[in-house]
Write a protein of this length. Structure first.
Length: 343
């Protein structure tokens, strides 16, 4: 098939550091190309994937920021308008279109006369998505977890496919750093403060990685920064290459979310390094973490403190094996492509 992926324009595909959505798009498109499909990526010009045709306009929003000036608020809308022009010009050359980005691309894709799929890389229960399902009832939505699927009308749901990553991206780590790792945005949805508190209760160092959330910058300054010390470090955003050491050397990953996480890519990245996951029971966590094998699921801080010693005894080799069994990118690409064929 000729498959068209329409990406958001905030970050390039693949992203240099932060950008879970863009990382998933990159891995999916690359894996589909490896399966022999002709894959086209509608994305920013600072994007680029091997064996994938790039149809691009200007740099991503992050690319403009990297040039040294803060872009005006309307720049993203202008970039998206240019992308829609590309989609109008070349979308009908595809057999299917898979949307990952802004809602307005649905209007253009609908006019092409071919099957249109959408992946929502966010929670799907809020008003904007509810309205979108009503406005575009023929769009086929691929849920990224069964939890997310509950918020998608059955008439719109094409199926559920968990994320996957290349099995050779990360290798089994030793956990020799002895610290608790947290990787995610510095925001009240992700709750790095819980990771800090857990480390203090267990007398273990904590390393925090991830950007300050641009939508909630006050949280970092008010909640996280005052707790930084020799034992609690914020290392900023990390690249895929840096994640190997950051996650592989960690004794455990703490995933203390306080919102209905639709998937949680960092959990499977940690598992790929053999690092067990201690996660709060919310969103998709119970689908991703195999209790007592790849991690432990808890309901509150008291349970997290009580079960941390148990978590640290889990066999890292078995954690890695469970990742290989469940979350390889080949499985994701084959399952999504099967949904295309069914349409």
């Amino acid at each position: 098939m000729r498959i068209g992926h329409v990406a958001p324009l905030v970050y390039p595909v693949p992203p240099s550091t932060y950008g879970g959505t863009e990382r998933v798009i990159a891995d999916l498109a690359t894996a589909q190309a490896a399966l022999g499909h002709d894959v086209v990526l509608f994305a920013s010009e600072d994007s680029g994937l091997e064996r994938v045709t790039l149809l691009a306009g200007r740099p991503s929003l992050a690319g403009w920021k990297a040039q040294g000036s803060e872009p005006p608020p309307g720049l993203l809308a202008a970039l998206e308008a240019d992308q829609l022009r590309q989609l109008l010009a070349h979308g009908s050359e595809c057999d299917v279109i898979h949307l990952h980005g802004p809602a307005q691309s649905s209007a253009v894709a609908e006019s092409l006369g071919i099957p249109v799929f959408r992946t929502i890389h966010w929670r799907a229960d809020e008003l904007d998505h509810k309205l979108h399902f009503e406005l575009f009832p023929k769009e086929r939505v691929i849920a990224i977890s069964e939890r997310q699927a509950k918020d998608i009308p059955s008439s719109s749901l094409a199926g559920t496919v968990h994320h996957g990553i290349p099995v050779d991206r990360y290798a089994l780590g030793t956990g020799s750093g002895g610290y608790l790792a947290f990787l995610g945005r510095m925001t009240d949805q992700k709750r790095p403060d819980r990771a800090i508190a857990l480390g203090a209760s267990a007398n273990l160092p904590v390393k925090l990685a991830g950007p300050v959330d641009p939508g909630n910058p006050d949280y970092f300054e008010r909640v996280v920064r005052p707790k930084l010390s020799a034992n609690v470090q914020h290392v900023g955003s990390v690249t895929d290459a840096q994640k190997q050491a950051f996650l592989g050397d960690a004794a455990a990953l703490v995933f203390p979310i306080d919102w209905p996480e639709p998937f949680g890519l960092v959990m499977i990245e940690a598992m790929a390094c053999g690092t067990p996951v201690l996660a709060w029971r919310n969103g998709s966590v119970a689908e991703v973490v195999d209790e007592g094998v790849s991690g432990i699921i808890v309901n509150d801080m008291a349970e997290a403190s009580a079960r941390l010693p148990e978590l640290l005894t889990l066999d890292r080799g078995k954690v890695r094996k469970r990742f290989e069994e469940r979350f390889g990118v080949g499985r994701m690409a084959a399952a999504i492509t099967a949904l295309y064929r069914a349409a």
